[in-house]
Write a protein that binds this ligand. Structure first.
Ligand code: GLP
Length: 240
């Protein structure tokens, strides 16, 4: 694991977005694994800016998102479908048919789990972007998830729901379930880029860098991957 420590969120977003911008310049038809949450917002702004300057195009880029809440329609502002369109896709020339997210609106969730898993496994992810939950989750793979698990329906940990409450009016509105790709799927990517900022992530980053590999701490699975870069700001690096 390569650990890059930068000063603050702005530098983190700059550093991490440059990795993706360089990849798209080198491989205009790259397949990206994308994440939601507040961590990648600055990075997505930089990608949009680079697109607007004409440095990169998303015309031939394909994307696969990690996860989607169950119980929120696509139109809900906190669905990951809405999040991705609002914060990235709507401001670029990406083609609709190249955007992939689990669709949790249908009746048959298990069928969707299989469909998404199959299409994810057929794609070859050039770079997987990840945030990290304060409990070490990646995607929505909560502590205790077997490393060999593929896409599934997952029950969100209570502290994950607490962390994500800030996006909703009340705890009752925070979904309890999601579809997430599994740790096994994540580890198939050629490169992995994990970003984390703020004091709230310091403990998780310490465990990731200095702790053991254990299913009790999902992000530790990344130690089994040969090409992982972690970009953290000073606050997230506080305990390492
Ligand atoms: C969310 C997402 C993850 C994200 C993580 C951290 O619940 N499912 O993909 O990386 O939690 O979120 P944030 O970046 O807002 O701290």
């Amino acid at each position: 694991m390569k650990v890059i420590k930068v000063k603050d969120y702005q530098e983190l977003s700059q550093y991490a977005s440059k990795i993706i911008i360089d990849l798209i310049k080198e491989k205009p038809n790259a397949t990206l694994g994308l994440a939601t949450g507040s961590s990648p917002l600055g990075l997505y702004e930089n990608l949009i800016e680079s697109y607007k300057k004409g440095e990169i195009s998303f015309k031939d880029v394909k994307t696969f998102n990690l996860d989607e809440y169950i119980g929120l329609p696509k139109t809900h502002k906190e669905s990951y479908y809405s999040f991705m369109h609002r914060n990235l896709f709507d401001h670029t020339d990406i083609r609709k048919e190249n955007i992939n997210l689990p669709n949790t609106e249908g009746e048959d969730i298990e069928k969707e789990v299989k469909r998404y898993n199959d299409s994810f496994n057929q794609a070859s992810i050039d770079l997987q972007l990840l945030g990290i939950g304060s409990n070490g989750h990646i995607g929505f793979n909560e502590p205790g998830t077997p490393f060999d698990k593929e896409t599934s329906v997952t029950k969100l940990a209570e502290n994950t729901r607490e962390d994500n409450k800030r996006f909703f009016n009340s705890m009752d509105e925070v979904p309890e379930y999601a579809i997430t790709i599994g740790i096994k799927n994540i580890l198939q990517a050629k490169k992995i880029l994990l970003i984390a900022n703020g004091k709230n992530k310091a403990d998780a980053i310490n465990k990731l860098i200095n702790g053991e590999v254990t299913e009790d701490f999902p992000a530790s699975a990344l130690k089994n991957h040969p090409d992982v870069t972690i970009v953290i700001d000073e606050e997230a690096a506080e305990l390492i």
